[in-house]
Design a protein around this ligand. Structure first.
Ligand SMILES: Nc1nc2c(ncn2[C@@H]2O[C@H](COP(=O)(O)O[C@H]3[C@@H](O)[C@H](n4cnc5c(=O)[nH]c(N)nc54)O[C@@H]3COP(=O)(O)O)[C@@H](O)[C@H]2O)c(=O)[nH]1
Length: 868
C-alpha cells in the first residue's frame, strides 16, 4: 500500500474502497442491464426481420390464392392454351408481383408452365433446375388432397434461398376437383434482402445453410443456433452488434441464417450513462470523501487538541501552586485534590480523599460554613491547618463544576501566608519606629482618633504626654550615634515598662516620645503619671559599661480641655514641653493658655522681624573687652538691638531664638558681621588700630555649607583684615558634627579670623573635642561669673576653666563682670580679659567712639582704682 494511503485514517480508506466497489458494481449492473436491453432490442429487430420475410411469404400466399383459384387458370392447366400465358404471365406480371418463379403443373405433377424472372436485373430468367428437380422428385409442393391445401416456406436451392408458396389449381369459386398446382416463389436476392432491410431500417444479411464452406462467423453462429438458441449475438470493435437467427426450410431443416446489423447505440448510451453516473458518483463521492476526510481530520485534530488541552489542564492543575480540592457539595467530603493542596496541608491524596474538607480548615463549623458560602461569590480568607499543626492563611474561591454524577465544588486555595507576613511587616514598618519598634507618628494618629472617639463616648479624658530628652544631642555628638541609638532603645524599653497596655507609647523621632493615656477620669490621675515618670528616669542607663543620667521635659495636653483634634493636642503638648524646657528642663508642664499667648507673640515677633532689616530697625551696640593685665581695650563684642514701632524695644535674648528657629538669623547674622567690620574699620582709621571685633555666630549659620565662603566674602568686602575679626560660637554649635566643625574652624583659621567659644561651661564642655578644635578663646559664661564670689562651686568651675584654657594655650574672657569683687577674683585666677557692665555697658557706635576717645585720654579708671 502506498505510504500516502497508509497515512490516511482508516475510515477514509474504507470509505474510498467502498466507493470504488460501488463504482465497479454500478458499472457492471448498469452495463449489464443495457446489454440486456440491447439484446432485447436486437431480438425485436431480428423478429421484425423474420416477420418481414413472413410477410413476403404471406404476400406470395395471397398472390398464389388469386392465381390458383381462378377459372382461367383452371382451364389453362387442362387445355394449356397459350393465350393465358400471353395474357397473364408476361414478364411485367413477374416484375409487378415481384415473383422470381411462377409455374403451373397438371394434376399428375407434369409442368404446364414454368416461368422465371430476375428481379434484381428486371429480366426474364431461366427456371431454376433445382426447383424443378425438387417439384418433380419430392412432389411436396404439387401433391394436394383438398382444394384448401397449400404449402409455403423456404426452399434452400443452389440458385438461392427461395420463398415459395404452392396451392392446388381450382375454380374461381374455390372448388375442385383439383386440376393442377400453382407454385410461386421469390428469391431472397440482394435486392429483395435490401428491400426487407429497407423496411427493417437496419442492415440485413441472409446466408443460406448449405454444404458450402461458411465463414468463421457464420460457422460459430450456426453452432450456437443449432444448439437451440433462438438468437445469437455478436459484437465487434467498430461498435456494431449483430443479431443472428436461423429459419427452417419447408421440411423443417435449417435453411438460412439471418443477420441483423445494428449500431450499439443502447450499449454506448449505457456506457455514457455509466460514465455520467460514475462521473457524478466519483465527483460526489470525491466531494463526500473529501468532506468526510476533512471532517475526520478535523474530528481527529479536535480530538487531539482536546486531548492536548486536557493534558495541559491536567498539568496546570498538577503543577499550579494553587491548592485545588474537589468536594462533594452536600457532604463536604473530599473527592480529589491536586499535589499543591496535598503540600499545603502536608497530607497524601489517599489520606485526603474520603475525609471531610473541614478537617483541614481552622475555625468553628458555622464560621467555616459561612466563609464557604461567601467564597462561592467572592474571594475569602481561610486558615488551613498543616499536618504539623501550623496554620496557613489562604485565599479561597469556590466554583461549581459538572461531574459524571452531578456537580462538585472546586475549592481553590492560594497560600497568602508569606504575603500576609510581608504585608504585616510593611504595615509594621509603616506604623512603627525602626529603631525602638514603638508606634510611630502615623500609628499614634490612629490611636488618638480611637482614643478621642472612645473618650467622647464615655465622657472621660485623654492625655498626650510629649516627652523630649534633655541634652540628648550632647550624648549623640560626643559618644556617637551608635551609643545614642542604644540609649534611645533603653529609654524606650523603660518607658514601655511604665505605660499600661491600654496606653500607647510612640516615638516621634529624634529624642521625642509620646505617651497617650486613655480612660482617664480626672486630672489628678495625669499628674500622678507625670510625677511617676520623673522617677522613672532617675536610675542611670548603662550603655557599654557607662552610666548615662537622663532627664526629660514633658509637655501635657488633655482632651477635651485643650482641644479635640490631634493636631491641636500635639501642638499644645509641644508648646507645654517647650515651656518645661524653658523652666529649666527635667519636669513636666500642662499646657496653659498663657503658653499659647507666648507662642502667638513669638509669631508676631517673627512676622515683624522679616521686614526689620529693610526698615532699618536693627542696630548694633558694642561692648568693649578689657585686657586686665595691660589695661587696654583690645576687643569689643557686637551685640544686636532691635526697635520696632509696634513691639518697641525687643531684646536679642527674645528675638534671636525666634530668628534662629525661622532661619532669619542667617540674613541677620551676615548683616551684623558686615556692619561690625565696617564700623571697626572706621575705628581703626580713627587710630584704634588694635581693636578686634567679636561677632556672635548662631548654630543655624554655622552649619550652612557656604558659611565659611560667606564669612570670607563679607570680610573681604568690608576691607577689615581678617585677624581683627573674632567669631563667637557656642559650644552647642560646635558639637553639632565634630569632624565637620574641625574642618570649618581650620578654614576660618586659615583666613586669619580668631575663634572664641561662647557661653563656655553651659554645654557639655568636653575636653575630648576641645583639644581637637583650633580655637583661640574661651568665654566663661555669665552664669558662673554671677556667683563666682558667693558660690565656691562656681569659683572652682571658673578656676578650672581658666587653668584648663591656659593649659591648652587658650585665652580666657569672663563675661558679665559687674563687680570689683568678681574682677578681683578673676584677675587672681589668671583671667586675661573681662567684659561687663563694671567696665562698660554695650554702647551704640557713637557712644563707643566717645568711650574709646575718653579711654585713650584718661586710661582705665577702673584699674587705677583697683591698683590703688
Ligand atoms: N547670634 C547672635 N546673638 C546675639 C547677637 N547679639 C546678641 N546676641 C545674643 O543675644 C543674647 C542676649 O544678648 P544681649 O541682650 O545683648 O546681652 C549681652 C550683653 O548685653 C550682656 N552683658 C554683658 N555684660 C553684662 C553684665 O555685666 N551684666 C548683664 N546683666 N549683662 C551683661 O550679655 C550678653 C552677651 O552675651 P554673649 O554673646 O554670651 O557674650 C546673648 O546670648 C547674645 O549672645 C547677634 O548679633 N547675633
Amino acid at each position: 500500500m502506498p505510504k500516502a494511503i497508509r497515512k490516511l485514517p482508516l475510515p477514509i480508506v474504507v470509505f474510498g474502497l467502498t466507493l470504488i466497489l460501488i463504482c465497479a458494481g454500478a458499472r457492471f449492473f448498469i452495463i449489464e442491464s443495457f446489454i440486456q436491453l440491447e439484446k432485447r432490442e436486437m431480438q425485436r429487430n431480428v423478429d421484425r426481420a423474420v416477420r418481414l420475410i413472413s410477410e413476403d411469404i404471406d404476400h406470395l400466399n395471397t398472390l398464389c390464392s388469386d392465381y390458383s383459384g381462378w377459372d382461367d387458370a383452371y382451364k389453362f392447366v387442362q387445355d394449356r392454351n397459350n393465350k393465358f400465358i400471353v395474357d397473364n404471365l408476361s414478364p411485367e406480371t413477374f416484375a409487378k408481383l415481384r415473383l422470381s418463379v411462377l409455374s403451373y403443373y397438371d394434376f399428375q405433377g407434369a409442368p404446364v408452365y414454368e416461368g422465371a424472372y430476375d428481379l434484381d436485373h428486371g429480366i426474364g430468367a431461366k427456371f431454376p433446375a433445382s426447383l424443378r428437380e425438387h417439384l418433380v422428385h419430392t412432389q411436396t409442393l404439387t401433391n394436394f388432397a383438398a382444394p384448401s391445401d397449400n404449402r409455403f416456406g423456404i426452399l434452400n436451392l443452389p440458385e438461392g434461398v427461395l420463398l415459395v408458396v404452392a396451392k392446388p389449381v381450382i375454380t374461381s369459386s374455390y372448388k375442385g376437383p383439383i386440376k393442377g398446382t400453382l407454385v410461386m416463389g421469390r428469391f431472397l436476392s440482394p435486392k429483395t434482402v435490401a428491400r426487407i432491410a429497407d423496411n427493417l431500417k437496419l442492415p440485413l444479411k441472409i446466408v443460406a445453410i448449405d454444404n458450402k464452406p461458411q465463414s468463421e462467423e457464420f460457422a460459430q453462429v450456426r453452432q450456437l443456433l443449432a444448439a437451440g438458441q433462438k438468437l445469437a449475438l455478436k459484437t465487434d470493435q467498430s461498435g456494431q452488434i449483430y443479431g443472428y437467427t436461423m429459419l427452417a426450410g419447408l421440411s423443417g431443416e435449417p435453411a438460412l441464417i439471418l443477420r441483423v446489423d445494428a449500431h450499439r447505440s443502447i450499449y454506448h448510451e449505457g456506457e455514457k450513462s455509466v460514465a455520467y453516473f460514475l462521473g457524478w458518483i466519483i465527483i460526489c463521492g470525491g466531494m463526500v470523501t473529501g468532506i468526510f476526510a476533512w471532517s475526520v481530520r478535523r474530528l481527529a485534530d479536535s480530538h487531539k487538541e482536546t486531548e492536548r488541552s486536557e493534558e495541559r489542564h491536567r498539568l496546570v492543575v498538577e503543577r499550579t501552586d494553587q491548592g485545588i480540592l474537589l468536594v462533594d457539595p452536600g457532604t463536604h467530603i473530599v473527592l480529589d485534590a491536586n499535589p499543591a493542596f496535598c503540600l499545603l496541608v502536608g497530607q497524601s491524596l489517599q489520606d485526603l480523599v474520603g475525609t471531610s474538607a473541614f478537617t483541614f480548615i481552622n475555625g468553628d463549623k458555622s464560621s467555616i460554613d459561612e466563609t464557604i458560602e461567601r467564597a462561592k461569590h467572592e474571594k475569602r480568607e481561610l486558615s488551613l491547618i498543616h499536618r504539623d499543626g501550623t496554620k496557613l492563611v489562604s485565599e479561597i474561591s469556590i466554583t461549581s463544576i459538572p461531574t459524571e454524577t452531578g456537580t462538585a465544588d472546586c475549592y481553590m486555595f492560594h497560600d497568602i501566608s508569606m504575603q500576609r507576613r510581608f504585608q504585616d511587616e510593611l504595615l509594621h514598618q509603616a506604623t512603627h519606629d525602626q529603631l525602638t519598634g514603638l508606634p510611630n507618628r502615623s500609628l499614634l494618629n490612629d490611636r488618638m482618633v480611637q482614643a478621642i472617639t472612645g473618650a467622647r463616648r464615655r465622657g472621660d479624658l485623654v492625655a498626650l504626654l510629649l516627652i523630649d530628652l534633655d541634652h540628648f544631642k550632647v550624648v549623640n555628638d560626643t559618644m556617637g550615634h551608635a551609643t545614642g541609638d542604644m540609649l534611645l532603645k533603653s529609654v524606650a524599653n523603660r518607658l514601655l515598662s511604665f505605660v499600661r497596655s491600654s496606653d500607647t507609647l510612640a516615638r516621634f523621632g529624634g529624642d521625642e516620645f509620646v505617651i497617650l493615656l486613655t480612660c482617664i477620669s480626672n486630672m489628678s490621675d495625669i499628674i500622678t503619671v507625670a510625677e511617676n515618670f520623673s522617677g522613672l528616669l532617675a536610675i542611670p542607663f548603662v550603655i557599654q559599661d557607662r552610666d548615662y543620667f537622663m532627664t526629660a521635659s514633658v509637655g501635657i495636653a488633655v482632651f477635651p480641655d485643650d482641644g479635640d483634634s490631634i493636631d491641636v493636642l500635639v501642638k499644645k503638648a509641644d508648646t507645654a514641653m517647650y515651656n518645661a524646657k524653658e523652666l529649666g528642663r527635667n519636669g513636666f508642664q500642662f499646657f496653659a493658655e498663657e503658653m499659647n499667648l507666648k507662642m502667638n507673640s513669638r509669631l508676631r515677633v517673627e512676622t515683624q522681624m522679616r521686614r526689620a532689616l529693610e526698615r532699618n530697625e536693627m542696630q548694633l551696640h558694642y561692648q568693649p573687652k578689657l585686657d586686665i593685665r595691660s589695661g587696654t581695650i583690645n576687643g569689643l563684642e557686637a551685640l544686636i538691638r532691635w526697635h520696632n514701632d509696634s513691639l518697641g524695644m525687643v531684646s536679642p535674648a527674645e528675638f534671636i531664638p525666634i530668628a534662629e528657629a525661622s532661619g532669619l538669623i542667617v540674613q541677620i547674622g551676615e548683616w551684623v558681621l558686615e556692619t561690625a567690620c565696617k564700623q571697626t574699620l572706621i575705628w581703626h582709621n580713627m587710630g584704634h588700630a588694635s581693636l578686634r571685633v567679636s561677632v556672635n555666630i548662631s548654630t543655624r549659620q554655622f552649619v550652612r555649607p557656604e558659611f565659611v565662603d560667606r564669612i570670607a566674602d563679607i570680610i573681604e568686602k568690608c576691607g577689615l583684615p581678617a585677624q581683627f575679626v573674632d567669631l563667637e560660637i557656642t559650644e552647642s554649635a560646635l558639637t553639632h558634627n565634630i569632624s565637620e566643625t574641625i574642618t570649618i574652624l581650620q578654614r576660618l583659621k586659615a583666613m586669619g579670623v580668631t575663634i572664641s567659644i561662647d557661653d563656655f561651661g553651659t554645654g557639655y564642655s568636653s575636653l575630648n573635642y576641645l583639644k581637637r578644635f583650633p580655637i583661640d578663646t574661651l568665654k566663661i559664661d555669665k552664669s558662673f561669673v554671677d556667683d563666682v564670689v558667693e558660690r565656691t562651686e562656681d569659683a572652682a568651675i571658673v578656676a578650672t576653666i581658666i587653668a584648663m584654657a591656659h593649659h591648652m594655650n587658650l585665652n580666657v574672657v569672663a563675661e558679665g563682670v559687674e563687680t570689683l569683687e568678681q574682677l578681683d577674683l578673676l584677675k587672681k585666677g589668671g583671667c586675661e580679659e573681662i567684659q561687663g557692665y563694671l567696665f562698660c555697658k554695650p554702647q551704640t557706635a557713637e557712644g563707643l567712639t566717645d568711650f574709646l576717645e575718653s579711654f585713650r585720654r584718661k586710661g582705665c579708671t577702673l584699674l587705677k582704682y583697683k591698683n590703688r
